[in-house]
Design a protein around this ligand. Structure first.
Ligand SMILES: Cc1cc2nc3c(=O)[nH]c(=O)nc-3n(C[C@H](O)[C@H](O)[C@H](O)COP(=O)(O)OP(=O)(O)OC[C@H]3O[C@@H](n4cnc5c(N)ncnc54)[C@H](O)[C@@H]3O)c2cc1C
Length: 408
């Protein structure tokens, strides 16, 4: 149903305020403007550019949806989001390479889990073929495996470039205010008012897409949520230029099904470099890109959180392995050699990190699916980890439909 033109109090800054100019916030603004011809949208971000956090620090992989439980929001939105993203990249001439990926089993136990993954892919309608060691070598001559799942639809993009392209298409009804931090969003009659570092911003509805700070903003805004965001840093290494030929496309291990991260893998980036990683270590600051980034308040909050303690008890073994791979390059190389035996320690240099926003429940379990909730006039995106960049355009549509319930 079309939304009527702005008709509220004269002091309205926009119909909809979006907090966060990451790819999810920008895609939300795009979807709102695309659906409703009279709407105005203001996107606010504390940084001085768009896509400065998760969106600008990830693997750049357009996922196909082999991992997610059939019927989940992730499975649904990654399928339509992937199609829309590929179309957007083609239309706008953005970097895109549909290079395909291999999920490689290195022993019989992993081959069994690979078979389960193949069934999962089929249930989600994703084209994927199980291949033997000879076919693995044909696709990736330096990769060793007893079997692999070949997923030809996996692709690579530059999500920061995509975010900038989306941002560039929002005018004239969409405005982006950078360098403006939002503290909270409060209801005020038939509007909401955001307290920001540049003064109040009033709108008819708001969307909280603040990524690593989404739970903080939700709680300050009076939302009820029992999950909290835990920041997991993913550190990357890069193959030196003379060894890039070891990996042609995307090479993944068979992921541990108890953990939402995909295991250290090789990713060819759109600039031709090959990244190894990311691992997953607990960050001691929400935007803790390095071990030395420590926010004492965050550390205290992590230490006092029963959810985090239960999480640590559940996953201490995996966590210890991740810390070992973070602090010892030899441990990292041993993991990588399972996939590509020729990789040596001297072939790798450090290549930055990203920090994932992962919601955790009070019982210490990780929220697996996307969590997007409307509470009154505010939609809160409480969990949008991978593959949210791939799914962003579909997530934007999903959120736009929730916002429309408030505005109509
Ligand atoms: C290491 C790593 C690898 C990944 N690999 C992939 C991949 O290959 N494929 C894939 O699909 N996904 C991947 N992801 C996941 C993907 O990057 C994220 O799911 C996606 O970028 C989330 O986008 P977002 O807009 O929700 O968050 P973000 O990009 O983090 O944006 C949130 C924005 O909110 C702003 N903000 C926060 N607090 C405030 C405040 N108080 N006031 C104003 N602004 C605020 C921040 O500055 C930021 O710009 C990866 C993530 C990581 C970290």
């Amino acid at each position: 149903m079309p939304i009527p033109p702005q008709s509220g109090p004269a002091t309205l800054d926009a119909d909809v305020l979006v907090v966060g100019a990451g790819i999810v916030g920008l895609a939300t603004a795009r979807a709102l403007l695309g659906r409703h011809p009279h709407l105005t949208v203001t996107v606010v971000d504390k940084e001085d550019g768009v896509g400065r956090h998760q969106t600008g620090h990830n693997s750049g992989v357009v996922h196909t949806g082999i991992y997610y439980p059939p019927g989940s929001l992730k499975a649904k939105l990654v399928a339509s989001g992937r199609r829309a993203l590929v179309q957007l990249c083609r239309e706008r001439g953005l970097h895109l390479d549909v290079c395909g990926k291999l999920v490689v089993a290195t022993d019989e136990a992993e081959a069994e889990r690979l078979a389960a993954l193949a069934r999962h892919a089929a249930a989600n309608g994703v084209a994927a073929t199980t291949i033997g060691p000879e076919q693995v070598r044909e696709i990736e001559p330096h990769v060793a495996g007893v079997a692999a799942l070949h997923v030809p639809g996996a692709a690579i993009v530059d999500f920061e470039e995509v975010a900038q392209a989306i941002a560039g298409g929002l005018a004239p009804r969409g405005e982006i205010r950078l360098g403006t931090s939002v503290h909270a969003v409060h209801p005020d009659g038939a509007t909401v008012v955001a307290e920001t570092s540049a003064g109040p911003v009033r709108a008819r509805a708001a969307v909280n897409c603040a990524g690593l700070f989404a739970d903080v903003i939700a709680l300050r805004s009076g939302a009820t949520t029992d999950t909290r965001i835990v920041a997991f840093r993913g550190e990357y290494h890069e193959l030196i230029a003379s060894r890039r030929h070891l990996v042609r496309h995307l090479v993944y291990p068979v992921a541990d099904p108890r953990f939402p991260f995909l295991g250290v893998h090789f990713t060819r980036m759109v600039d031709g470099s090959v990244h190894a990683g990311p691992n997953a270590v607990l960050a001691l600051a929400r935007e803790g890109y390095r071990w030395r980034d420590i926010d004492r308040r965050e550390v205290r909050s992590l230490a006092l959180s029963p959810a985090v303690r239960r999480l640590a008890v559940r996953h201490w073994r995996t966590g210890a392995g991740e810390v070992a791979r973070s602090t010892s390059r030899r441990a990292l190389v041993r993991s990588l050699q399972r996939l590509v035996p020729e990789v040596e320690t001297r072939d790798l240099v450090r290549a930055g990190a990203g920090v994932r926003a992962q919601a955790v429940r009070p019982d210490g379990t990780l929220v697996d699916d996307f969590a997007i909730e409307r509470q009154g006039r505010v939609v809160h995106v409480l969990n949008a980890p991978s593959p949210a960049a791939t799914a962003s355009l579909a997530i934007g549509d999903h959120i736009a439909a929730l916002v429309a319930q408030v505005l109509i």
